[in-house]
Design a protein around this ligand. Structure first.
Ligand SMILES: C[S@@+](CC[C@H](N)C(=O)[O-])C[C@H]1O[C@@H](n2cnc3c(N)ncnc32)[C@H](O)[C@@H]1O
Length: 321
């Protein structure tokens, strides 16, 4: 998909999938961190205009509403702050106008729209968002660019420096695949991966193997940047792989909640999810437990005794879909 030029564009079915998972995940994330932390932050690094041509909600509105309308809102004692970064002036202005009435219901200063680039904005000091030690406050960052530019691994590492922060990143693989040979793509890819090892995989003849290797490398790099769990799933639109989501965190509970969010979204309207561990797994049809049974047998083979907690930790981790 090439980047649209209009302020507001049409919602594609696979974008709806990404939104449904985000909405479900926020239902869990807000009360879990909101009851234990003094301050939490939802950071939308590529916020967009906040709505689509047909009036469908964009990620900033989904996030604000997840908080405003949360059934456990009274129990969320943390100061909840929303920061939306958007590079394009017209989209940032559109977003500001759209959010004004929603933000008016929240304590002053809860919602901020920053006109600027994600990487440059985060590289600067973000007043009021840092904890002692200068890491960002515990945050859920959404990183949702059109292509591959402006998403350096060093910025991702800065977000993941806080042990309670996590990132929801979308990757338009076709974009990488299509432009992988062009020289102006090398720098953005070096920066995105935080290394140049991707060069070893981009020319693999087998397309599936190429994608698998590039994704495995990205997961490895996210781990090196601080993540302990990286849940990965793919979004398909009418049988075609459209893009992939990577959720990076330091906690198995976070990866477990992310998997729960994916499973709870029943695909319809022409898109489907596939898990990152087992490509055959089409989520939302009849649950297929065979891949999990096989994974459990592989993980715990042998004759030693295994505790239920060990089994739970394995199932919650990013090693299963
Ligand atoms: C895929 S759209 C985001 C959609 C939005 N997250 C949603 O789900 O509703 C990407 C947005 O990032 C903006 N953008 C492009 N480059 C950017 C950058 N370097 N920093 C911040 N925003 C950028 C684009 O103008 C566009 O609005």
């Amino acid at each position: 998909m090439s980047a649209p030029r209009e302020t507001v564009w049409e919602l594609k079915p696979h974008s709806l999938g990404k939104h449904l998972v985000l909405k479900e995940y926020l239902k869990a994330w807000l009360p879990i961190l909101g009851q234990t932390q003094g301050r939490i932050l939802f950071l939308d690094g590529f916020a967009g205009p906040g709505e689509y041509k047909g009036g469908e909600q964009g990620s900033p509105v989904i996030a604000l509403n997840a908080f405003r309308q949360h059934s456990a809102r009274k129990m969320i004692t943390a100061e909840v702050k929303f920061v939306f970064i958007e590079k394009h002036e017209d989209r940032a202005r559109h977003l500001e106008g759209l959010l004004q009435p929603l933000a008016a219901e929240l304590p002053p200063g809860s919602v901020e729209v920053v006109r600027g680039a994600f990487d440059e904005t985060l590289a600067k000091e973000l007043d009021g968002l840092t904890d002692a030690g200068l890491t960002l406050a515990p945050c859920l960052a959404m990183v949702d660019p059109f292509g591959v530019s402006d998403t350096p691994m060093e910025v991702i590492a800065r977000i993941l420096a806080h042990p309670k922060s996590e990132i929801y990143i979308s990757v338009m693989y076709e974009h990488i695949n299509r432009f992988r040979g062009s020289s102006e793509f090398s720098d953005p890819l070096d920066s995105r991966y935080g290394c140049d090892d991707w060069r070893a995989y981009v020319d693999l003849d087998d397309g599936r193997e190429r994608r698998r290797s590039l994704f495995e490398l990205y997961k490895r790099q996210l781990r090196q940047a601080g993540a302990e769990h990286v849940v990965h799933f793919d979004l398909y639109d009418r049988g075609q792989h459209k893009y992939s989501i990577f959720h990076a965190s330091r906690h198995s509970r976070a990866s477990n909640e992310m998997k729960a969010a994916i499973w709870s979204v029943n695909p319809g309207g022409g898109f489907a999810f596939h898990g990152g561990q087992t490509e055959q797994l089409a989520l939302g049809v009849e649950p297929n437990f065979k891949p999990l049974q096989d994974a459990l047998r592989r993980e715990f083979r042998g004759d030693r005794w295994v505790t239920i907690e060990e089994v739970e930790a394995f199932v919650m981790s990013d090693k299963t879909d």
